[in-house]
Write a protein that binds this ligand. Structure first.
Ligand code: PML
Ligand code: MG
Ligand code: MG
Ligand code: MG
Length: 252
């Protein structure tokens, strides 16, 4: 069996993340040996040409993954809702999440947090029962990793679902499908890219694109995973998100 490789990149400006540098970009792929070089180059290129600024620190990690460790999961369904302005985002989000058993005040505070986050590199985990943050490290959050599309599956899926393709969206759907498979009740995400204002919710197996989630040119954005702490073993949940290799597709 051919080996797979996990390739991870994170970049920052003003020093490394650990030394207080400002996060610029991150990327995450699972590839076969023949794709390592191209993928690594793409990532370095991405870190060096980002709308959030020019990185002066890049960490690139390449690790082997045993094929029998890989979990195959299906992608979320994708839909888009109308939202013409950030001012109406809360209304749209609460309509989409009408059946989520969460206090409206908590939901709105999480939305506010997501569009204003400038500190956290990864995602935060929040308990739906009381709004308590559950992930251990304040600035880092949880960095979902070891996830990618199976390339052939992705090509077929895109044609079948007639989804307008862009790399950023494809990555977000892969990541979010893994997050949902971990047992997350709902995810709220908004990019920290100043040029990119479309965010998404993931709820009940659906990736819900929300245009104009934040004001254009805002360099802030983040991710929150809402879970039920009474139903989830936190260590295993975090381990799955950060370490278990997942391909979006079906095992051949
Ligand atoms: C990110 O850049 O971190 C999030 C991207 C969200 C993409 C949503 C979409 O275009 O469907
Ligand atoms: Mg980003
Ligand atoms: Mg791939
Ligand atoms: Mg962030």
């Amino acid at each position: 069996m051919k080996k797979w490789y996990s390739i991870r990149m994170r970049s920052s400006k003003g020093g490394s993340h650990e030394n207080g540098g400002q996060h610029i970009s991150g990327a995450e792929r699972l590839v076969k040996q023949t794709e390592i070089e191209t993928t690594a180059l793409e990532m370095i290129h991405r870190a060096s040409n980002h709308t959030r600024g020019k990185a002066d620190f890049i960490s690139l990690k390449i690790e082997t993954v045993q094929p029998n460790e890989i979990h195959y999961i299906s992608p979320l369904r994708v839909k888009e809702v109308t939202n013409s302005h950030p001012h109406t985002a809360k209304k749209v989000i609460s309509e989409q999440l009408a059946t989520l058993p969460i206090q409206q005040e908590l939901l709105f505070s999480l939305y506010d947090w997501v569009i204003h986050d400038e500190m956290t590199r990864g995602a935060i985990i929040v308990d739906i029962n009381n709004g308590k943050r559950l992930d251990p490290s304040i600035n880092r959050g949880i960095r979902v990793s070891h996830v990618d599309w199976d390339n052939q599956f992705k090509d077929r899926w895109q044609i079948k679902n007639d989804i307008f393709y862009n790399e950023r969206r494809a990555e977000a759907i892969a990541l979010s499908s893994k997050v949902a498979a971990a047992g997350t009740i709902c995810e709220i995400c908004c990019s920290d890219d100043p040029e990119y204002t479309t965010g998404y919710l993931s709820y009940q197996n659906t990736f819900i694109r929300v245009p104009n989630m934040k004001e254009k040119y805002s360099p802030r954005g983040g991710r929150v995973f809402i879970i039920d702490s009474t139903n989830i073993q936190l260590d295993q949940y975090i381990h799955f998100l950060e370490k278990t290799p997942v391909l979006i597709g079906v095992k051949e």
